[in-house]
Write a protein that binds this ligand. Sequence first.
Ligand code: PHE
Length: 443
Amino acid sequence: MVLVRGRFRSRLGLIFAASGSAIGLGNIWKFPYMAGQNGGGAFLALYLGIVFTLGISIMLAEFVMGRAAERNPVGAFAKLKGGWWPLAGYLGIAAGFIILSFYSVIGGWTIAYLVKTAAGQLATADPQALGGVFGAFTTDLWEPLIYHGLFMALTMAVVGRGVSGGIERASNILLPAFFILLLVLVGRSLSLPGAAEGLAFFLNPDFSKVDAGMFNAALSQAFFSLSLGIGAMTTFGSYLSPRANLPGDTLWVTFLDTMVAVLAGCLILPAVFAFGLDPAAGPGLTFITLPAVFSQMPMGGLFGTLFFVLLVIAALTSAVSLLEVVVAYFIDERGFTRARAVMVFGTVIFLLGIPSSLSFGVLRGFTVAGKGFLEAMDYAASNLLMPLGAIFTALFVGWVIFPKALAEATNNGSLPFAWARPWGLVCRYVAPAAIVWILVNGL
Ligand code: PHE
């Protein structure tokens, strides 16, 4: 049993930690290829619309639940109401296992690309050659597996050190450095010959292409990128000081995460068009495009190495929040020590990730609903578990504990909260209705 709960130390602790969770592979790896597969500008427009209505509302709802209950997602539902509600929390714990299992595989890829870039193995602008390297790497049996194990071991090491020691410190340096480097790279990408076409693809919406499938893609990407629907933000909220400004912090985290995604789009998609790649190529898109951009820069090897260092750290801080969701539950509710929870469930998640890692190589022929194993895991979590978790969170906060939630969000009325009314409306009606509509029509 934990007698003294870990807490963030600084006022900015939540913004840094929650942004560290939100900003990761979802922004740099997934967002550009999702936008590429779903028509560019129209997807971006839907995405922004969803983020700034449903996204901010659910994020605030999770922070509020976490701080009010000072518990993991299961414990929070149980303490605030009980009954069947904790089941929604279990959904989140399950999603944590699934997401981290494949997230760690892609995290491993980024470490491998860091090594390859630093060793100068990717210094070419030839998309054919870069596609070949990517193919050879991901179809290999051992190499991606070893990097998956390494990534998982790093995640376990950080989570093992606890909330303010590991998680808070790891997040603080990263964010400013990451922004600056992204801006430099965007500058290079946009000045490539032929980049304008890619920028137009990304920024000019063609609304004639919008259908329920695109809504579904934008919704799942929004939840994935903002770390919503699995209780990650609930868990962070539980480590908060009573003085934190939850509505204000929510806006900051959402804004920062969205900035990074849009910058990643402005980095990858113009380069995709400049090098004649296919924007709908899928999960390999970022890994094939980035080295080509680096090769066109003075000191590209250095910039590339630095970029992958920062991307690995960004991925780690997200992975840490995923493992923390699982670990917090077993510490709070099942009497595990932190060390034991990290060892046991880190190992389980590593094992669960093995088929995802192999799904580009020996298991390529093994598909679930027409998708490779990794993409099927991602789909199950992002398109099903996360939206479901978000519906329950919205309903719970909007209908079951709303007066208490409002008091929590405003620190008992002492903070201004301009969007209190729309927040209530979104939690009660808009979010549940919209997500159900998208799930029913888009799946
Ligand atoms: N938001 C993270 C990213 O974009 C992934 C994540 C999802 C982290 C859910 C925690 C919970 O990389």
